[in-house]
Design a protein around this ligand. Sequence first.
Ligand code: ADP
Ligand code: F6P
Length: 330
Amino acid sequence: MKRIAVLTSGGDAPGMNAAIRSVVRTALHHGLSVFGVSRGYLGLMNGEIQEMDTRSVGDIVQRAGTILRSARSERFKTEEGQREALFQLEKFGIEGLVVIGGDGSFRGAKCLSDLGVPTIGIPASIDNDVACTDLAIGFDTATNTAVDAITKIRDTASSHGRVNVIEVMGRTTGFLALAAGLAGGAEHILIPEVEFDLDDICDKILSGYRRGKTHNIIVVAEGVGGYRDPGQGFGHSAGFEVGRTLQEKTGLETRVTVLGYIQRGGTPTAQDRILASRFGLRAVELLMAGRAARVVGITRGEIMDYDISYAVSQKKTINLDDYRLSEMLT
Ligand code: ADP
Ligand code: F6P
């Protein structure tokens, strides 16, 4: 293995740059040539590929987003699109590929592996919904961003005795909502994985109110109830639907805050930068060892790697103990 490439794909996540930097610099350290692919699979099909050196990744460890940019491509899901990508990889003499992204990006990586390109996936998603890893790059930063917002909203919620609904990201999963709600001391956390009864929540809010409780923080994952307008975000929102219902049923003044894209930006936390750096090294080592079709992950503090077909066939499950804990604590 002499020439490898790296790309970022799907929703960006804080710490992706730290992962790119690690892939590039550890590969250079081991004497490999490294190429950066712009705009994910879209750029790969178009041949948007440039050689990188150690300076190409200077001053980015602290920056969110991705210097390689990201994209989503329907065309790449077709065999034709994948053959175009393969053609470009062969044209540039690239023998191995590192894909930094989420679950969908790994499905794409598996397709390239099936076509004979040694491909390694590095999990990066603020949703943290990637199987075979306790943590994906970006989750810690996004959780801290959400907790910071909840903490600020609590201040004003107490002053006015209002119910405050806070919608966090998570199109199909509640990992971010659960972590942020638990750390932020939310009274209720609504996630797609756990059934809830709004009437019951209203009763609890009213009984707390009668006991003199000054605030009620309800954290809602955007994927709850299927309100989100996929790919647009202009239509319904789970947070507003829940807020409207709670206000109608309790009669208490209710405010809704949709945190949105601020959760995708912001300086990556030390944990995300370290995780990204460690993932990058393992991905390069796997390619150098002739391993293909793997995804890296962290399990109980240890960097691991797993078969990509296995990884994309698994569904990551929520920690129900944490959910129960959040209920006990409030
Ligand atoms: P994420 O990686 O954050 O989950 P997406 O689900 O949007 O983001 O996937 C990113 C890209 O990966 C898609 O735009 C598409 O190009 C590619 N991809 C997703 N699913 C598949 C699939 N089943 N087969 C091939 N490519 C896929
Ligand atoms: O990165 C994950 C995620 O933020 C989801 O929680 C959200 O639904 C989606 O990406 C929105 O991303 P986009 O608008 O880029 O499609």
